[in-house]
Design a protein around this ligand. Structure first.
Ligand SMILES: *[C@@H]1O[C@H](CO)[C@@H](O)[C@H](O)[C@H]1NC(C)=O
Ligand SMILES: *[C@@H]1O[C@H](CO)[C@@H](O)[C@H](O)[C@H]1NC(C)=O
Length: 387
């Protein structure tokens, strides 16, 4: 082994695992290894305790993994499973709750000592909050159901409230929930008893369908980026904190492919992610099939949807499209980066494939795919655990 390779390996985590949620019913652990000859991905463990269709994974700092099931097959109930993650990649079930409001699609850990988490219930039209100070005995402390007065501009998709994600703000004092059905981002203050108290929501243009959002903090400024699934737009705001809570000023609005971007019919944008260095905001779109790329492990080519990479102006927070790249297949519903921001793991829902794309941390540019693995079922969440 060359001296350089030894140095490279020495700088690596001792193990890198990816946890993958699939509508097959399984949560799989992939072992990602980087050697001189390339990057490898292997399945090393599988678990099926997270209901019929696991939809979202969140890893706590202490290694506790929260999995929610979307519940379409067990309507009107879904499952939440809590695991401890083991050094060998396996998961040990600590608890499972089987009567969770249907439609869980996102979770976020919050509160003192990260002792609580919230769930966004898309089909259930609500949010819930849970105490997991003892992960073997989670207890629900709050559930809110929402109604809208009349259907939105897209009456088919906006016939009801549809919270699609829960995230915390950078201060950890607020939880936000983009509501695709209601064209608002719900804003909650975290109360001293860890319940979520509704504040004034952020309204987005009618028919936007806000799905996911992400914050960036650059110097002392806070920015919020919202991805709208129905209008296929990105919105950016500066965030200020006042006595009355968070306030938002719009600084940018464009299509998901930038200012001159033309979005084909039938496209639904999916994930938005700010890189750990706060230099880029990356989003995914589904069903644009903008690329033909060499088939993975076979002859010929396959179609691929898009990751759109925006550079964040470090003085103003304004994003600017710098490139679009193949996501590695069809329906990149979700993706995430490693802690360094040098690798992007994409879950392809339609193609049942995990693809690892390289990112140059100096330039922020996305490069080629460096590894891939077929995993059974529709893949809907892929997250990292670097030990
Ligand atoms: C992960 O892969 C590496 C390289 O093949 C191997 O040495 C290691 O034992 C694997 N880890 C597990 C937990 O299987
Ligand atoms: C951030 O705020 C602190 C305290 O107000 C100030 O001292 C510092 O200069 C600010 N930094 C930047 C980069 O604006």
């Amino acid at each position: 082994m060359s001296a350089l390779a030894v140095l490279l390996l020495a700088g690596q985590a001792s193990a890198t695992y990816l946890y993958v949620a699939s509508y097959s019913g399984f949560v799989s652990t992939l072992n990602l290894t980087e050697t001189e000859s390339g990057t490898d991905l292997d399945i090393i463990a599988q678990d099926n305790n997270c209901g019929a269709i696991p939809s979202w994974l969140t890893l706590k700092d202490d290694g506790t993994l929260i999995c929610v099931d979307e519940g379409w097959r067990t309507w009107p109930d879904g499952t939440t499973a809590i695991y401890s993650t083991n050094d060998d990649g396996s998961l040990s079930l600590l608890s499972a709750v089987n009567d969770v409001l249907v439609g869980s699609v996102s979770t976020v850990v919050y509160g003192d000592d990260n002792s609580h988490f919230a769930i966004a219930h898309y089909a259930g039209s609500g949010i819930s909050a849970w105490d997991i100070a003892d992960p073997s005995a989670p207890s629900m402390i709050q559930q809110e159901l929402y109604e809208i007065e009349q259907p939105g501009a897209d009456p088919e998709r906006q016939e009801a409230a549809h919270p699609h994600q829960v995230i915390t703000d950078p201060t950890g004092k607020y939880v936000l929930a983009p509501d695709l059905g209601a064209d608002i981002v719900r804003v909650y203050s975290i109360a001293s008893d860890a319940t979520l108290e509704p504040d004034e929501p952020l309204e987005v243009p009618a028919g936007s369908g806000p799905r996911h959002a992400a914050f960036a903090v650059i110097d002392n400024a806070t920015y919020l980026y919202i991805l709208n699934e129905l209008a296929n737009t990105i919105l950016a705001y500066t965030v200020t904190y006042t006595d009355r809570g968070m306030s938002f000023d719009e600084i940018y609005r464009s299509s998901i492919y930038g200012e001159d971007g033309q979005v084909p019919e039938g496209v639904t944008s999916a994930e938005i992610f700010v890189t750990p260095d706060q230099k880029n905001v990356i989003l995914s779109s589904r069903m644009d099939k903008s690329f033909e790329i060499p088939a993975f492990g076979g002859d010929g080519s396959v179609s691929s949807d898009t990751l759109a990479n925006f550079a964040i102006d470090q003085c103003t927070g304004v994003p600017e499209l710098v490139q679009t790249v193949p996501a590695g297949g069809i329906q990149p519903r979700q993706f995430s980066t490693n802690a360094e921001g040098s690798r992007v793991a994409v879950g392809l829902q339609r193609d049942s494939r995990v693809v690892i794309i390289e990112r140059d941390v100096e330039t922020g540019m996305l490069g080629d795919s460096v590894a891939w693995l077929d995993v059974e079922g529709e893949l809907v969440s892929v997250i990292w655990n670097e030990l």
